[in-house]
Ligand binder design. Structure first.
Ligand SMILES: *[C@@H]1O[C@H](CO)[C@@H](O)[C@H](O)[C@H]1NC(C)=O
Ligand SMILES: *[C@@H]1O[C@H](CO)[C@@H](O)[C@H](O)[C@H]1NC(C)=O
Ligand SMILES: *[C@@H]1O[C@H](CO)[C@@H](O)[C@H](O)[C@H]1NC(C)=O
Ligand SMILES: *[C@@H]1O[C@H](CO)[C@@H](O)[C@H](O)[C@H]1NC(C)=O
Ligand SMILES: *[C@@H]1O[C@H](CO)[C@@H](O)[C@H](O)[C@H]1NC(C)=O
Length: 499
């Protein structure tokens, strides 16, 4: 009996058990097997189990045919291979002209890059799908007296619109503004196709807050939900651990101010009064918003990272709450994790705001300068379907933790985590020589294919001649599925590197 004489369903159930790499090998053996390896069912099953970051267009993957999915997985394997090797090959380097004073950048999928500039204060959306001909697809000039601080953007409407939430400083406090920008990729991405008018952005909402009520400090967007964090003040003094998170539904403009209930979060900087120290204090509670969940991460008693996952208040999804404003406390968490014995300096949650996904991924990134620059990464994937059945047993350990060490005397300056948190890029500074290195990492929870669970290496070979110097880098963005890194420099140049 030969392989090909097996009934189709049996053959497919065998193929489903193979690694994607092996399926690609099988497809090269003969015409008949090649036909089988293009099967839609097969690739949907592989996509469900594939742990690699995938560059999927903004459509429901269930509607994509087998050959398209095969191409997506093949590309993901190629990026993975390149990313894990020492000194990965730079496949392309593109320069976007004259963009100085860049404060922050964010890739939205692999095709779009949002750039926030301080002067002239503006938000721009660049189409970078074809890196030979990147072009600016939208521009938002930011009004006068406000100065921009940070933003978060998310794709909507299956890729036809982007929602951008921006925090700005005003004369008396901070402001949250949300914009909707419609995106129409030009035919063939040919920027030379002639003049075209930039679409006017729509202002969805503006919310002002006086400084005495607490400054907006961190903003996240997922689908139509905007979440912005606010520390609480009494008589201009920060109350330790007292934060609020304002949730806004951009469709109904409903605003819900929630108490995340992290009252026990302490601050070692509480007794030092001063602007800089208060800023340090703000870094103590981070959060992310997902389709229907809010993920909170805080450091408790200066040594324990606590991660909690809560459902968003149900009323934020209710169409009867149009334009209404209310406050409520979060219900008890669906899941909670603790990681002990970490003395924190800095940590990050991966941004999961790009797609309509039921997965929440979380990476905490700690640098422990005091005891020799340990970096500890905790990686977990939470499936929101199973959240309520997670066992909150006594150990409460995160599902996957991979500590590693950076070089002695080096610390991460600008960190950019990928959307799923499986890859990261950061600018590392060596204090003794004042030398900067761009580092890359791959974290692979539960990889069964024999790859190392953690790979941390310089992104470039030391001898590589680059057209810029890393110490001039002021902002960094990273798109993990395609391995795109964008670097904005003090000199006003902006580079996109593709790996
Ligand atoms: C955290 O510190 C507070 C006060 O210092 C203490 O009461 C509490 O037990 C500590 N919590 C943990 C989990 O160690
Ligand atoms: C929405 O709110 C209204 C009024 O509070 C309530 O009657 C209704 O049950 C809510 N709908 C949902 C789906 O929760
Ligand atoms: C916003 O409100 C609309 C109308 O009720 C609802 O359909 C949608 O799910 C809400 N979206 C988010 C992300 O809160
Ligand atoms: C998000 O995904 C869920 C489940 O896959 C689906 O039911 C829902 O319609 C999607 N929402 C949007 C806005 O695409
Ligand atoms: C890793 O594998 C274990 C056991 O197979 C499973 O319980 C856990 O959910 C997996 N974790 C991830 C992040 O997939």
């Amino acid at each position: 009996m030969t392989l090909l004489s097996l009934p189709t369903d049996i053959l497919l159930s065998i193929l489903v058990l193979l690694y994607p790499e092996d399926i690609l090998l099988v497809s090269q053996t003969c015409r008949a097997l090649h036909e089988y390896t293009l099967n839609d069912y097969l690739w949907h099953r592989i996509l469900d189990s594939c742990r690699l970051p995938l560059d999927i267009p903004y459509v429901d993957p269930n509607h994509l045919p087998g050959p398209t999915l095969q191409a997506i997985v093949t590309r993901a394997l190629r990026v993975d291979h390149n990313w894990r090797r020492p000194n990965p090959q730079i496949r392309k380097m593109t320069r976007l002209g004259d963009l100085d004073n860049v404060l922050q950048m964010q890739f939205i999928g692999s095709d779009w890059l949002v750039v926030l500039r301080r002067a002239p204060a503006s938000l721009s959306v660049w189409r970078v799908a074809n890196t030979d001909q990147p072009y600016r697809a939208a521009l938002i000039d930011l009004p006068g007296p406000e100065f921009p601080l940070s933003f978060c953007a998310a794709m909507q409407m299956g890729g036809r619109e982007v929602l951008i939430a921006l925090i700005s400083g005003t004369r008396s406090g901070t402001q949250l503004s949300a914009y909707s920008v419609s995106l129409k990729p030009q035919l063939d991405d040919d920027a030379s196709a002639g003049p075209f008018t930039l679409p006017a952005p729509t202002v969805i909402c503006r919310i002002d807050r006086q400084d005495s009520e607490g400054r907006f400090y961190e903003v996240h967007v997922c689908s139509h939900t905007i979440a912005v964090g606010i520390p609480q003040f009494v008589d201009h003094v920060l109350i330790p651990g007292a934060y609020r998170i304002l949730i806004v539904n951009s469709t109904t403009r409903a605003q819900c101010l929630i108490d995340p209930g992290f009252a026990e979060v302490s601050s070692k900087l509480l007794f030092n009064i001063g602007r800089y120290l208060i800023f340090q204090q703000l870094a103590q509670l981070h959060f992310q918003v997902c389709a229907r969940q809010l993920v909170l991460a805080a450091v408790r008693n200066q040594s324990t990272v606590v991660v909690r996952i809560h459902d968003l208040p149900a009323a934020i999804f209710n169409e009867t709450t149009v334009n209404s404003k209310w406050s409520e406390s979060l219900e008890s968490p669906n899941a909670e994790y603790e990681s002990s014995a970490i003395s924190d300096v800095d940590y990050h949650l991966s941004a999961n705001s790009m797609r309509n996904t039921t997965h929440i991924s979380f990476v905490a990134f700690h640098s422990i300068f005091s005891i020799g620059n340990d970096v500890r990464v905790i990686y977990s994937t939470f499936d929101s379907h199973s959240l309520t059945c997670l066992d909150l047993g006594p150990s409460r350990q995160p599902p996957f933790a991979c500590p590693f060490r950076t070089e002695l005397g080096a610390s991460p300056e600008i960190v950019s985590l990928g959307e799923t948190g499986q890859r990261a890029v950061w600018l590392e500074r060596r204090w003794s020589s004042d030398e900067y290195t761009l580092m890359k990492a791959a974290f692979s929870p539960n990889r069964t294919d024999g790859n190392d669970p953690v790979v941390v290496q310089p992104l470039f070979a030391r001898h590589l001649a680059l057209p810029f110097e890393l110490h001039t880098c002021r902002s960094l963005a990273f798109e993990e599925a395609t391995g795109r890194v964008s670097l904005a420099l003090h000199t006003g140049e902006l580079y996109i590197l593709q790996f």
